[in-house]
Design a protein around this ligand. Structure first.
Ligand SMILES: Cc1ncc(COP(=O)(O)O)c(C=O)c1O
Length: 402
């Protein structure tokens, strides 16, 4: 059977995620992997989640095992709306749709907005999971250049003359670079979004994981403030998730957006999976409604991840050759390394794997044919002694090739 001849044309633009393929190679326990975007499993609040599962089953058993509304559990939507509201900017629960992880939100947004050939503006590099989802729409991606302070907003306005359909960005602790858009650039961006009515997808899985520097408000909140709006009625569409602050396995994410966008997303979600797991929403709510617990848990994540980031950066400083540079993130899970132009991260990965260390080459995160000399390191998932040993081995590999 020649299945390839039967698959729809659009599937030729689909491919397996490089990150997930590399994760398979790193399954051997002796491999020190900085490849995945994984939270530290030893910090998952397993006991708290077990209690929550017991409670919801004991108190509302049949209900939590039943089909439920597409929009999501009302109490969970209220909790998310409250956490997104600040001062005059008040988000209403009707503006929230619960999704099966923020990846589903990113995927469904493409399905409601994008026609073949549409222009889309993204950062360069950008989140590979978005590219995997959006590539089959055969879009015209335009890249805004970035530096250590996130996207260079000055270079954005000329691109808007081309009437892009929308823009997608990760302003805070970006994946793969770990960089964050400064407050001043956020204000500039918020003004542009408002002036051009530009649909802007703010993907923010890492915003709560800040380890140093001053917090910056979301682009969602800044754009509303710029217009003097008190509710969520602008063109920013915000994607959030419990994956990095609680656990990714429950697959609970959300979209916060203007009501017409939520309404259209509900239609797509009904076609996709009817609704996000009722049980997982109840369990998540049962844990998260104890906001003192949630805040303490996130504070602990920040402490541990801060130490791991600092340890990785200090060890890199000591063991990486001087020809190599890297970002110094104030939060999130990643940093990005840039080697001299002539080196290819995929070749270096083969040498690193021979020393039982893994990372993710970043070429797939770039628009266009650049970024071959870059790779991403995750610092949240490895224990301190493995960070030191892994970075030493990687440093030795880099010194060989440089
Ligand atoms: C930028 C970005 N968006 C979305 C996701 C998807 O997260 P989830 O579907 O677990 O909420 C990730 C995960 O790594 C990410 O880095």
């Amino acid at each position: 059977m020649n299945w390839d001849s039967l698959f729809a044309d659009r599937t030729q633009y689909m491919k397996r995620s490089t990150v997930r393929e590399i994760l398979k190679l790193t399954a051997r326990p002796e491999v020190i992997s900085f490849a995945g975007g994984l939270p530290a499993p030893e910090l998952f609040p397993v006991e708290r989640i077990r209690q929550a599962a017991d409670t919801v089953l004991a108190e509302r058993g049949p209900e939590v095992l039943q089909y439920s509304t597409t929009e999501g559990m009302p109490e969970l939507r209220e909790l998310i709306a409250r956490r997104l509201s600040h001062g005059k900017f008040q988000v209403h629960p009707d503006n929230i749709l619960i999704t099966s992880g923020s990846q589903q939100a990113v995927d469904m947004l493409a399905r409601i907005f994008l026609n073949e050939g549409d222009g889309v503006i993204v950062e360069n590099p950008t989140y590979v999971g978005m590219m995997t989802s959006w590539r089959p729409f055969q879009l015209r991606f335009t890249a805004v250049p970035t530096d250590g302070d996130g996207m260079i907003v000055d270079e954005l306005e000329p691109l808007l003359a081309d009437h892009p359909k929308l823009m997608y960005a990760i302003p805070t602790f970006q994946n793969p670079q770990g960089t964050t858009l400064t407050r001043q650039r956020r204000a500039q961006l918020a003004a542009l979004i408002a002036r051009y009515n530009l649909p802007f997808i703010e993907d923010d899985p890492y915003g709560e994981l800040r380890y140093s520097g001053d917090p910056a408000p979301s682009v969602l909140a800044m754009e509303a403030e710029h217009r003097g709006a008190t509710g969520l009625d602008g063109s920013v569409i915000y994607c959030g998730t419990f994956s990095k602050v609680l656990t990714p396995g429950l697959r609970i994410g959300w979209v916060a957006a203007a009501l017409p966008v939520i309404d259209k997303l509900v239609q797509v979600k009904q076609a996709t999976d009817l609704h996000t797991s009722t049980f997982n929403q109840y369990v998540t709510y049962e844990v998260a409604r104890d906001e003192a617990f949630l805040e303490a848990h996130i504070a602990n994540l920040r402490d541990v991840y801060r130490q791991r980031r600092d340890l990785m950066l200090a060890t890199m400083e000591e063991h990486f050759p001087e020809e190599v540079t890297w970002t110094r993130p104030e939060g999130g899970l990643f940093l990005m390394v840039t080697m001299p132009e002539h080196l290819n991260a995929r070749d270096v990965l083969k040498l690193a794997l021979a020393k039982d260390v893994a990372f993710v080459p970043c070429d797939d995160f770039f628009i266009g044919d650049t970024g071959k000399n870059t790779f991403r390191l995750n610092f949240s998932n490895a224990r301190p002694e493995r960070i030191v040993e892994g970075i030493k081995r990687l440093g030795a590999t880099l010194k060989e090739v440089v």
